[in-house]
Design a protein around this ligand. Structure first.
Ligand code: PLP
Length: 422
């Protein structure tokens, strides 16, 4: 459920008509609903607790939507943060998320980033390879620290979803095999700079079928039991993120209670603290990208292009992952649906949001909303074509606030400097 509904004939976010935001901030602009973010987090937390998975660490995957206002909204409810760079750790800290609830993941952490994480005192560094284990150990010893680590395992399951966001097959770059995990855990237990506290996995994103997750989690339980039988302490089992969200017209993902029930069943009797790293399921349906129609371009060859002021630099998912976003007029006009190719102004054919989409009739100047754009939208945006970074707005009830302003052209140019010989 989300809080983007028609009210008095036009689309609103909570109690704020989207037209008001477009008039005040301009388009394109991302709009987030606090109530939806809060609801998604609390539903997951309460569902996990209800299934008996109490005191789980829910570390929101910052990369899905890293705006500090989003992180603060979730952090206030007790969410932790799953981070993949020093920048993300800094964002989580800026949002007031305590280091004890921050997990540091990622396949290519630099020495400087590891040192920063150690000095910050993050709860867990997820180790993705043996060279990384050695690097974290050496870095921690150099700082007279002991890093709490989890070994990230690649469970070698096919999770569905798009190939570019699937992470759980042996051929992907993430994690180590089960055999290697056992060996690395034993090695880590004898290193002075690290303390292994658990094991982790994350098999992919936008997963709409529980079966591959269940297969992976059964294997993870087996690993915990083997490690314990070898005399190791295993306190935490990090099951990653990846649960899909309904993107309209797309395969329906499992409900959180089915997900929680499956985990409770697989893990019955295993005394351990669970950690989760949900990103998309918290943020995706809590945001829309609002854009304005620049032209309706009817071509003699028969195609009808809806040219928007938003482009692939603002929302890259359709170009990069062939992603589907429901597109809704903010003030729907009456009339039969019309078939459009919806495109942005960028000079490449990839800047196409969708082809042959039947939509209510639209005219130049109308506003449209890309639904389910709260995750992997603004956080993947760029200034390609020298289009200033897309702004972000947070709504709460009848209030809204600009939480990332649109840079001016002067701001954009001020970030560069001339080479001395130019
Ligand atoms: C991307 C990522 C997540 C979040 O994935 P979602 O599909 O957004 O839930 C969680 N953990 C790790 C390690 C990731 O890389």
């Amino acid at each position: 459920m989300n809080h983007f509904e028609l009210s008095g004939g036009e689309l609103a976010c909570e109690d704020v008509p989207l037209t008001r935001i477009a008039d005040a901030v301009g388009t394109p602009v991302y709009v987030y609903s606090s109530a939806t973010l809060e609801r998604h987090y609390t539903v997951l937390r309460d569902t996990l607790a209800g299934a008996g998975l109490k005191d789980s660490l829910i570390a929101y995957a910052v990369k899905a939507n890293s705006n500090v206002a989003v992180l603060k909204t979730l952090g206030r409810l007790g969410a932790g943060a799953d981070t993949v760079s020093e920048g993300e750790i800094r964002r989580a800290l800026a949002a007031g998320i305590p280091p004890g609830r921050i997990v540091f993941s990622g396949v290519g952490k630099t020495t400087a980033e590891i040192a920063f994480a150690l000095e910050t005192g993050v709860a867990e560094i997820n180790i993705e390879s043996e060279p990384e284990l050695d690097l974290v150990n050496a870095t921690a010893q150099g700082l007279s620290r002991r890093a709490e680590i989890a070994i990230r395992v690649n469970p070698d399951v096919e999770a569905g979803g798009h190939a570019k966001i699937s992470t759980g097959k042996a051929e992907n770059k993430f994690g180590v095999s089960f055999d290697e995990a056992e060996r690395l855990y034993a090695k880590a237990a004898n290193l002075a700079g690290v303390r292994p506290v658990g094991v982790a996995c994350h098999i992919g994103s936008q997963i709409t079928d529980l079966a591959p997750m269940e297969a992976a989690f059964v294997k993870m339980r087996g690993l915990v039991e083997r490690l314990r039988s070898e005399g190791h302490t295993v306190e935490r089992l990090d099951l990653g993120g990846g649960l899909g969200v309904p993107y309209f017209n797309q395969p329906t993902p499992p409900e959180p209670d089915a997900y929680a029930a499956m985990i409770a069943r697989v893990m019955r009797g295993l005394d351990i603290q669970f950690a989760f790293e949900p990103g998309r399921m918290i943020a995706a349906n809590a945001g829309v990208l609002l854009a304005r129609v620049l032209h309706v371009n009817e071509r003699p060859e028969g195609r009808r292009f809806l040219v928007l002021d938003a482009a692939m630099n603002d929302l890259v998912r359709p170009a990069m992952y062939d992603a589907y976003h429901d597109i809704r007029p903010v003030k729907p006009r009456p009339g039969e649906p019309v078939v459009y190719d919806v495109v942005g102004p960028i000079c490449e054919t990839g800047d196409t949001f969708t082809r042959d989409r039947a939509l209510p009739p639209l005219e130049a100047g109308d506003l449209v909303a890309f639904m389910s754009a709260g995750a992997y939208g603004a956080s993947m945006s760029s200034e390609y074509n020298s289009r200033p970074l897309v702004p972000e707005v947070m709504v709460k009830g009848a209030d809204f606030a600009v939480v990332r302003p649109r840079p001016t052209y002067e701001d954009m140019l001020a970030r560069e400097q001339p080479a001395p010989w130019l």
